[in-house]
Unconditional design. Structure first.
Length: 281
């Protein structure tokens, strides 16, 4: 109570009496929460354990007061670690407790935590390993009632080939701990089929929208160039209207001296690849 009165006086000086009167009630719960724990929580780590990084961000002014009057200074490394741990906990809690998938994920997390305790990995790396592991488990069964088989792993890698390295550790763990025989390989044809299917779905979704001129330039044309001509989206980030010449059925897009035709509007249903026009003279 004494601290809250002290904070109120500080708040008047910090933001002015009018704003302090309007906002001080927002911070009452913060002081109620620490009331029974003070002075045990009179340090940043204890406050972080109690409120979490997000809770302390919402208590920006009380934290500023604690810094100025109690010397409690925020620690970016501790804050980042807390955020990572809470994200890890959320991943582990995403499966019903007791299911084989949940048990496998927790066991994998425990193995990673042991490596973290030995200084061999970071919390960030643990989260990056657990995220694709959870996605693979969902591919096998949404609730984790069974472990993924080879078809589930193949489908996962077809949709997310870039996560092969990230998920390989979990695959090896499943093989060692549960007697699996999973092999993380990528079928390039399946990956290409999945990629084109995703692009086609994106184009069809855009067709159903009422796109303005800027949307056509920034959203439709890059997607169409990738679908019809395999031009990666990153290659058209700087595309401007000067690079596009439109006609009744589509547009000619000039990139690095090469002309590409893409359909636009109602006539732009996905179809086989369009030919590239020769470079302009």
């Amino acid at each position: 109570a004494a601290a809250f009165r002290e904070f109120g006086q500080w708040l008047i000086n910090a933001v002015g009496p009018h704003k302090a009167c309007q906002t001080i009630h927002r911070y009452l719960q913060f002081f109620l929460d620490i009331n029974d724990r003070w002075p045990a929580c009179a340090n940043y780590q204890a406050l972080l354990d109690l409120f979490g990084a997000e809770g302390l961000r919402r208590a920006r002014l009380p934290m500023r007061w604690l810094k100025e009057t109690r010397g409690i200074v925020a620690d970016a490394a501790l804050r980042q670690a807390d955020s990572e741990r809470r994200r890890i906990a959320a991943i582990l809690a995403s499966f019903p407790e007791g299911n084989v998938g949940a048990k496998a994920l927790v066991a994998f997390a425990n193995e990673l935590e042991a490596r973290h305790a030995q200084g061999k990995t970071s919390l960030h790396s643990i989260r990056l390993a657990l995220s694709p592991a959870a996605s693979l488990l969902r591919r096998g069964d949404r609730d984790g009632r069974k472990l993924p088989g080879q078809p589930a792993l193949d489908d996962f890698l077809a949709e997310s080939p870039g996560q092969k390295a990230d998920v390989t550790g979990f695959v090896n763990f499943l093989n060692d701990a549960f007697g699996g025989e999973l092999v993380p390989h990528i079928d390039e044809l399946q990956v290409e089929k999945a990629r084109r299917s995703a692009l086609e779905g994106k184009l069809m979704d855009l067709l159903r929208q009422n796109l303005g001129p800027d949307d056509v330039l920034k959203r439709w044309i890059p997607c169409a160039l990738e679908y019809f001509h395999d031009v990666p989206a990153r290659a058209v980030k700087a595309l401007t209207d000067h690079d596009v010449t439109r006609d009744d059925s589509g547009a000619v897009v000039t990139l690095n001296g090469i002309k590409y035709w893409v359909p636009i509007g109602a006539t732009s249903s996905p179809r086989p690849r369009c030919p590239t026009l020769p470079p302009s003279s």
